[in-house]
Design a protein around this ligand. Structure first.
Ligand code: ADP
Ligand code: 5GP
Length: 186
């Protein structure tokens, strides 16, 4: 059986990665979204094991030490990482797996999986990014400030990625993402 593709989706917090992915997965249930572990507290509506595996810092540290994570990074005061086993199993079964991760993690994946397709999602402007982060209404002022600061660094790295995709109009961005994933001539 042919191995599945590893797809990395990165972009600043609030750019619309989660929104794009939930539409993409509804339309393409054959795609697998990797569920990360995080030390961040759950937001309202987030579901254990579906949105994230919510763990404490000791447990996260233990996952690092026992090499259970494909990559991990600290982001805005919390740790985030990709559990290896489900990703490797799905890829071996020929399924395409999407990692929705931040920049440092994407850089680690570039080293360990040079064949991964890495996509960076850009906002139409930084003003619109800030508007979306606030509009989501899920983060404290402090968290929003940290995310905007990190966004500046991340946006500068967009050209490291194979593909840059602007999420201006949602339907257009979704269609472009589908073209990238499914019309690449494979
Ligand atoms: P991320 O997962 O990148 O942090 P979200 O998917 O949570 O971002 O989106 C942040 C906010 O922006 C949400 O309130 C979402 O509804 C909104 N949003 C996402 N895409 C668009 C878009 N193309 N146009 C306007 N608002 C959007
Ligand atoms: P949030 O707290 O908004 O859910 O996520 C914050 C950031 O962490 C986002 O940029 C998201 O892509 C990233 N992230 C989520 N899971 C992982 C992961 O497993 N590894 C890494 N490196 N980043 C992650």
């Amino acid at each position: 059986m042919q191995s599945g593709k590893l797809i990395v989706l990165t972009g600043p917090s609030g750019v619309g990665k989660g929104t794009l992915l939930s539409s993409l997965l509804q339309r393409h249930p054959e795609l697998v979204l990797s569920v990360s572990a995080t030390t961040r507290s759950p937001r309202s509506g987030e579901v254990e094991g579906k949105s994230y595996f919510f763990v404490d810092r000791d447990k996260f540290q233990q996952m690092i030490e026992s090499e259970e994570l494909l990559e991990w990074a600290e982001y805005a005061g919390n740790f985030y990482g990709t559990p290896s086993i489900p990703v490797m199993e799905n890829i071996q079964q020929g399924k395409s797996v999407i990692l929705e991760i931040e920049l440092e993690g994407a850089r680690q994946i570039q080293k360990s999986f040079p064949d991964a397709l890495r996509i960076f999602i850009l906002p139409p402007s930084t003003a619109e990014l800030e508007k979306r982060l606030r509009g989501r209404g899920q983060d404290s002022e402090e968290a929003i400030a940290k995310r905007l600061q990190r966004a500046t660094e991340e946006l500068e790295a967009a050209t490291e990625f194979d593909i840059q995709l602007v999420n201006d109009n949602l339907d257009d961005a979704l269609q472009n993402l589908e073209t990238i994933l499914f019309d690449s001539g494979e």
